[in-house]
Write a protein that binds this ligand. Structure first.
Ligand code: CMP
Length: 140
């Protein structure tokens, strides 16, 4: 399975701004198949656990507060070379540096409120997918 799936979240800022439809359309148009999806909300505890690798970073508290501030859309996406191609599609973490036409360039407002998450490796994609979904909820 490694190599052809990635994990994404449409973050609370993009959900509040009503960008779910536009973002999912752009993801589909780029050739990704949605193999799992849920509209949900992370508790502070769950957000903290998801972003545990950033625990020592100065922005960790802000990140956890933001990610638990409202509903998100979590999804598993399938495509050849999914992790890398999805990171190209979403653009740089800071929307000010994101290439024109990328999801973050179009829909993000700041480095903290950057519209979407994308897994950064095959290993993390699998870990993050199983954090949010049971195997029976992934339709590959
Ligand atoms: P994401 O791809 O979800 O993974 C970690 C997140 O931390 C990242 O997107 C950003 O939203 C957030 N982040 C990274 N750097 C900063 C920063 N300097 N200030 C606030 N949030 C940040």
């Amino acid at each position: 399975m490694a190599g052809n799936i990635t994990f994404t979240m449409i973050k609370p800022d993009a959900v509040r701004n009503e960008y779910i439809g536009a973002i999912l359309a752009q993801i589909n148009e780029a050739g990704f198949k949605i193999v799992a999806m849920k509209y949900t909300k992370l508790s502070q505890e769950k957000a903290g656990e998801f972003y545990e690798v950033h625990k020592e970073r100065p922005f960790y508290g802000e990140l956890v507060d933001f990610m638990s501030s409202g509903p998100i859309v979590a999804a598993v996406l399938e495509k050849e070379n999914a992790v890398e191609d999805f990171r190209t599609l979403i653009g740089a973490t800071n929307p000010a540096d994101a290439a024109e036409g990328t999801i973050r360039a179009k829909y993000a407002t700041s480095i903290g409120e950057n519209a979407v998450h994308g897994a950064d490796s095959d290993e993390n994609a699998l870990r993050e997918a199983s954090f949010h979904f049971a195997q029976t909820e992934i339709f590959k």
